[in-house]
Design a binder for this molecule. Structure first.
Ligand SMILES: [Zn+2]
Length: 497
């Protein structure tokens, strides 16, 4: 183990320039697998969605799924790529138990889509991220290591393989190296994956859920001294949330800077992101392309999409998420910077759906960007997985608008919703959290507060209305925060005028 004292992130990025690159795998939401007719539904009993083709049995022949090719082309078009007029699948040869054919059907030197870009906004500045290639391949099965403490192969007594996922179409999106972003590298990486996810979701070709593995991200990071050549890069795998993308780049920058400070060398290797500690651990040393002995897949015909069809797909692309954000920004009446933080928090669709469910824009935004964002941050999950739905947030806001909940009580109700106690109305009655609207009960509390604070009451009688705040506070305390402050104030002033 190295005993290097790690520099701070600020020190590291003051002395070194990071270059990042991202490889993202997206599992397509086709009904059937890429080269056979097996269903692709998530969560089925292990090894129930398999056939001779995806099990790699001798003599079985693959046939390409048109929906998979179409989805890949649409992703390429949405990422401003050129679409190949003729290309082939390739065999990527390697042995691994979760890959029954001992090769992966993929693409090598003839990707379906090349040379595109994605723009992301960071602090009001546009950063253009080049897309090197978008290619189509198939997913592998899943291996489960049993008996060890960590679920890893080390220490396991046995390993189980589930081939349900083997052969599900996977699209790999590779960026060009992104230099010149300095200390913003982690933020740029996160913004890129967020934008990519939003674009792909808008196409309806994948549910792009990082926690279910339908969007998986590998992050390449290298450091160089200003003016010097780019350094050796490492590839960090297992990055399973937007937040982890940011953390992985950050921790890798700090680790590499510490190593370089000590005169050490960066080894080209695969590293694994550790969700608990937020740092990366070494994995295997990185294979070179030649290790895979790629060659064109002889069992599949080349892919030659008709240019007229590609043009049709291009014309039918949905509204670009960035254009949609500009439109929503107008509708919601918020600043560009506010919209950016909404987008970076992955809250655009959530707020949009909350408004569609009846909430006003300010109310919808308040909950998602306030209480729920804070909670997501604390528990380290993406906002969409925080435990509240847009419909529930809209219902919560409606209860506030109707005066049945005040802000403080609404937050307590939301806590119950997130904890899985049901919809806001259910939580409200189960926890007894409604605003006291019975004016008789409120009047009693008001009279008691006046009786207990004669000097303050006198001041109000003399016209010092500002003093009413102290009495409102006393009533709120007596009603355990369950009174509507505005009503209480009116009752106090009415009594003392
Ligand atoms: Zn199959």
């Amino acid at each position: 183990m190295s005993t290097t004292v790690l520099p701070s992130y600020e020190d590291a990025t003051a002395r070194y320039e990071p270059v990042i690159g991202l490889e993202t795998h997206v599992e397509l939401g086709t009904n059937t697998k890429m080269f056979c007719g097996c269903p692709t539904e998530f969560g089925a009993e292990p090894n129930t969605q398999v056939c001779p083709v995806c099990l790699g049995l001798p003599g079985a022949l693959p046939v390409a799924n048109r929906a998979g090719i179409e989805a890949t082309i649409r992703i390429g078009l949405a990422l401003n790529c050129d679409i190949a007029s003729w290309c082939r699948m390739a065999r990527k040869n390697y042995f691994y138990p979760d890959m029954p054919k001992n090769f992966q059907t993929s693409q090598y030197d003839e990707p379906l889509c090349t040379d595109g870009y994605v723009d992301v906004d960071i602090d009001g500045e546009t950063v253009r991220i080049g897309i090197e290639r978008v290619h189509l391949e198939e997913d592998t099965g899943k291996t489960l290591h049993v008996g060890g403490a960590t679920g890893r192969i080390h220490g396991a007594t046995e390993s189980l393989v589930d081939y349900n996922r083997a052969g599900i179409p996977l699209v790999e999106i590779v960026t060009k190296p992104v230099p010149g972003i300095g200390a913003k590298a982690p933020e740029v990486a996160r913004a890129y994956v967020t934008e990519l996810r939003d674009i792909i979701r808008s196409l309806g070709v994948s549910d792009v859920r990082m926690e279910q593995g339908s969007l998986r991200c590998d992050v390449n990071t290298s450091l160089n001294k200003p003016g010097e050549e780019w350094g050796t890069r490492t590839e960090t795998k297992n990055v399973n949330s937007l937040r982890s993308v940011e953390r992985a780049v950050r921790s890798e920058i700090i680790r590499q800077a510490g190593l370089l400070d000590d005169g050490g060398r960066i080894i080209q290797e695969t590293r694994h992101f550790q969700e608990d500690t937020g740092d990366t651990r070494p994995g295997r040393s990185k294979e070179e392309a030649t290790d895979y002995r790629y060659f064109p897949e002889p069992d599949l015909v080349p892919i030659a999409p008709d240019p007229a069809w590609v043009a049709e797909l291009k014309a039918a692309l949905p509204e670009r998420p960035s254009a949609k954000r500009a439109r929503l920004r107008e509708d919601w009446g918020i600043s560009e910077l506010d919209m950016q933080s909404v987008a970076n928090a992955g809250a655009v669709e959530l707020i949009e759906e909350t408004i569609a469910a009846g909430a006003n824009p300010a109310g919808a935004r308040k909950w998602w960007m306030g209480e729920l964002a804070r909670r997501a941050n604390e528990t380290g999950v993406d906002l969409a997985e925080v435990g509240a739905t847009p419909a529930q947030v809209a219902q919560l806001q409606a209860l506030v608008d109707e005066g049945k909940l005040n802000d403080k009580l609404a937050r307590a109700v939301l806590e119950g919703v997130v904890a899985g106690e049901g919809d806001p109305a259910e939580v409200m009655s189960a926890r007894g959290l409604g605003v006291v609207s019975d004016t008789g009960a409120l009047q009693t509390a008001v009279d008691e507060a006046i009786a207990a604070n004669p000097d303050i009451a006198d001041k109000i009688r003399e016209g010092k209305v500002a003093a009413a705040g102290a009495l409102v506070g006393a009533v709120m305390k007596a009603t355990r925060g369950q009174a509507d402050a505005k009503t209480v104030r009116e009752l106090i002033l009415a009594r003392l005028s």
